[in-house]
Ligand binder design. Structure first.
Ligand SMILES: [Zn+2]
Length: 121
């Protein structure tokens, strides 16, 4: 199982980088939602802020991603925390509850990892 020996460290490294990214983004503390390790994007069609999908193909510095709100495909660069916060305010209002972000496979995995940390203590 040579393949596993390569795949497992890569997955662990990916998760680690993802966690570090999340910690950094939390510290910035500007956005009210999490956007995952691929960063958030603001839909150029409807202005909806969303987490970029892991499966969206990269085109240089932008991703070709599908907006979960309007369903349109567009080339989206990684939006800055400022841009995302502005889009959140424009889309959901300044205050109040934000609709829950759909969890990506990545985040589900990370959540499971985090929960399992306490199981065998
Ligand atoms: Zn949209």
């Amino acid at each position: 199982m040579v393949a596993l020996k390569i795949v497992i460290p890569v997955i662990l490294l990916t998760l680690l980088i993802g966690l570090i990214t999340i910690i950094i983004e939390r510290k910035r503390g500007k956005t009210r939602r999490g956007y995952g390790m691929f960063g958030g994007a603001v839909c150029p069609q409807c202005g909806y802020p969303y987490a970029r999908h892991w499966w969206a193909p990269n085109l240089g510095t932008v991703k070709y991603d599908r907006c979960p709100n309007c369903g349109k495909w567009s080339r989206v660069p990684r939006a800055s925390a400022d841009e995302l916060a502005r889009a959140e305010a424009a889309f959901f209002g300044e205050e109040g509850e934000l609709p829950a972000q759909e969890l990506s496979e990545e985040e589900k995995l990370r959540k499971r990892l985090e929960e399992s940390r306490y199981e065998d203590v």
